[in-house]
Design a protein around this ligand. Structure first.
Ligand SMILES: Nc1ncnc2c1ncn2[C@@H]1O[C@H](COP(=O)(O)OP(=O)(O)OP(=O)(O)O)[C@@H](O)[C@H]1O
Length: 595
């Protein structure tokens, strides 16, 4: 309501009040003589004037702000929010803040406040300024006011989720000041991020305002040489991706969607995810990572998440096979549904959760507009055989890269990475000297793999012995890394203990495989029993009905009388085969088999 309307309202009210007082008393004298009433009216008028004045000032300030100041809002989750937060932290804007939220430091990205010019607060906690309190600072001759805001939004199941934003007001009319500030913030951010890889992910569903990508983590960039893969492989992959990013114009001119898809497949722990992180770090791209196994990710969510990814970044979908359950998993799900339908299974919320993403949703995501705009798309899987051929066709997946279990050469390189000459040459010499065994007289520092005829260092010899002991293509690099971590400061023990570890691992794997086989067998049995129970429920009453009709005297003689059915036959499945290996059952003449 504007000022004039408000004033008129007050005046109207006052007039009618005075009129009613005069009418009810009907005595002008009383009105004039009553000092109490006179004082009240005076106070009322004064209060009205003050309140109206206050609102008028507020209105004028608001108009003045709109006319002469710039204001902008940055929402959490948007890259521009991250740029600005870093900029403000570097500018030490919150140095005068007296109100902080202190949290233990983690890999989750937070921007700590510096305690003095150029000096970050030391320790293992993050000091984040609390919300609401505005801070004023000067930048390039302009006054800027900044406030952290917090909004709550309702998420499903009635709970609230909060997200932050930044409100800035620049006391100038020049729009270029705002754009210069944002651009400078972006440049500083890119500069700072060079040493890190930023990973955005989704840790809970987000249906309201704010970004879907609500979890941001920062990791140190992994040196390329720390990845132990076939020689030249990672460099050629980076070259390929780099070339793609630089050819945007060519793609547009040729009318080809500017996207490139890579599928990395192979056993767990062979370096697929590490490769993606290394590529992103090398090309300076941020990773947007999704796991289809999350039970809140369905087709519309996938579309929304992917379309909100900014240009020039890397989309990673881990374990893409989750959208295609294995035969056992699909069977287990059917089984659960069947039991639930029959009233003997768990309630729906206790059912095992499977991906809600469908194949068509996934293909739409890859094909759709959202997957264009210079995005690199990486997918990883341990089960390429489960993937639909439609997903693998060229244009969706342009390069398929297979990862295998560690070779002897990888075992050798891993040992060398764990025990570098610079740190361990003396330790080995000392340990062997103390034991009086095997000291290499002419230990020179050479990094030569197996088969080299140059003189090699003692550590290289040990690496060769280690690699000789590790059988090729049996253990993943991650498994070997796990073993080496158990003796990380003991290069000699790593070699002497490897054979025992291999034996133990083989034993464990065999036991795990047996347990898994038993579990599957049990699952098959229970599935078969559940099916037979359902069929028994359906067929039993029909047969009872048929039997009672046959027994009635009105039955036509042309109807053949079926064999009598005992109650146990109607309600219980009859096992035809050995109960331990149930494959098929017959109940009341109905043959049921495990598919
Ligand atoms: N080729 C490799 N070179 C160096 N380190 C490796 C390699 N492979 C695996 N690792 C190490 O093993 C661990 C797991 O690797 P990573 O997550 O990349 O495997 P993955 O193939 O993606 O596994 P999963 O399929 O289970 O996701 C990491 O700590 C990584 O350092």
């Amino acid at each position: 309501m504007d000022f004039n309307a408000q004033w008129n309202l007050w005046m109207e009210w006052l007039g009618s009040f005075l009129y009613s007082v005069r009418r009810t008393t009907s005595l002008d004298a009383f009105f004039l003589n009553s000092s109490y009433l006179r004082e009240s009216v005076k106070l009322l008028i004064l209060g009205s004037i003050i309140e109206t004045g206050r609102r008028l000032c507020q209105w004028l300030i608001e108009r003045f702000r709109l006319q002469y100041f710039l204001s902008a809002r940055f929402d959490e989750g948007d890259p521009a929010y991250e740029w600005l937060i870093l900029f403000l932290t570097q500018e030490n804007v919150w140095k005068n803040s007296r109100d902080f939220i202190v949290t233990a430091r983690s890999s989750k990205r937070k921007w700590a406040v510096k305690s003095g010019p150029g000096a970050a607060i030391e320790g293992n906690a993050d000091y984040v300024p609390s919300f609401g309190a505005p801070q004023l600072f000067r930048w390039k001759g302009h006054w800027i006011e900044i406030t952290r805001l917090k909004d709550n939004q309702t998420v499903p199941y009635g709970s609230f989720k909060s997200f932050s934003s930044l409100q800035i007001i620049i006391y100038t009319r020049e729009m270029s000041v705002l754009s210069t500030l944002v651009e400078e913030a972006r440049i500083r951010y890119n500069e700072t991020s060079k040493q890190h890889v930023t990973i955005h992910s989704v840790d809970s569903p987000n249906y309201g305002p704010g970004s879907i990508w609500n979890n941001v983590k920062v990791k140190f960039r992994r040196p390329l040489n720390s990845l132990i893969l076939e020689e030249g492989f990672i460099e050629s992959l980076i070259g390929d991706a780099d070339e793609f990013l630089g050819l945007e114009d060519w793609y547009v001119e040729a009318g080809i969607p500017h996207r490139r898809g890579y599928l990395l497949y192979g056993p767990p722990g062979t370096g697929k995810t590490s490769t993606v992180y290394a590529v992103a770090g090398e090309l300076g791209l941020e990773i947007y990572s999704l796991s289809l196994a999350s039970n809140f990710i369905d087709d519309p969510f996938l579309q929304r998440a992917v379309s909100s990814i900014p240009k020039h970044c890397l989309l990673l979908i881990e374990d893409i096979d989750c959208a295609f359950p294995s035969r056992e998993e699909a069977g287990e799900l059917d089984d659960q549904r069947m039991r639930m339908y029959n009233g003997i299974g768990p309630p729906p919320f206790m059912m095992p959760q499977h991906s809600k993403v469908t194949l068509s949703g996934l293909l739409n995501m890859i094909d759709g507009v959202s997957s264009e705009d210079g995005k690199l798309f990486f997918a990883t899987t341990n089960h390429i055989d489960r993937l639909d051929p439609a997903l693998l066709r060229a244009g969706r997946i342009d390069k398929k890269i297979q990862y295998k279990m560690a070779t002897k050469m990888q075992a050798w390189a891993l040992y060398k990475r764990f025990f570098p000459e610079s740190r361990f040459a003396n330790i080995v010499a000392k340990a062997e000297g103390d034991n009086g065994t095997n000291q290499s007289d002419n230990a020179i520092l050479l990094d030569e793999p197996l088969g080299s005829d140059k003189k090699i260092s003692r550590l290289t010899e040990l690496a060769s012995q280690f690699a000789e002991s590790v059988p090729a293509d049996e253990f993943s690099t991650a498994e070997l890394q796990g073993y080496l971590l158990t003796c990380k400061m003991k290069p000699l023990d790593a070699v002497s203990g490897i054979l025992e570890w291999i034996e133990q691992e083989r034993l464990d794997k065999r036991e795990r495989a047996e347990r898994e086989e038993k579990r599957k067998e049990k699952l098959r049995e229970s599935r078969l029993r559940a099916k037979t129970a359902i069929v028994a429920d359906l067929v039993g009453p029909l047969q009872e009905q048929a039997a009672s009709e046959d027994a009635s005297p009105t039955r036509s003689s042309s109807n053949p009388i079926p064999e009598p059915v005992t109650p146990s036959q109607t309600s219980r499945p009859q096992l035809e085969n050995d109960p331990d290996t149930v494959r098929s059952l017959k109940i009341n003449g109905v043959h049921i088999s495990d598919p």
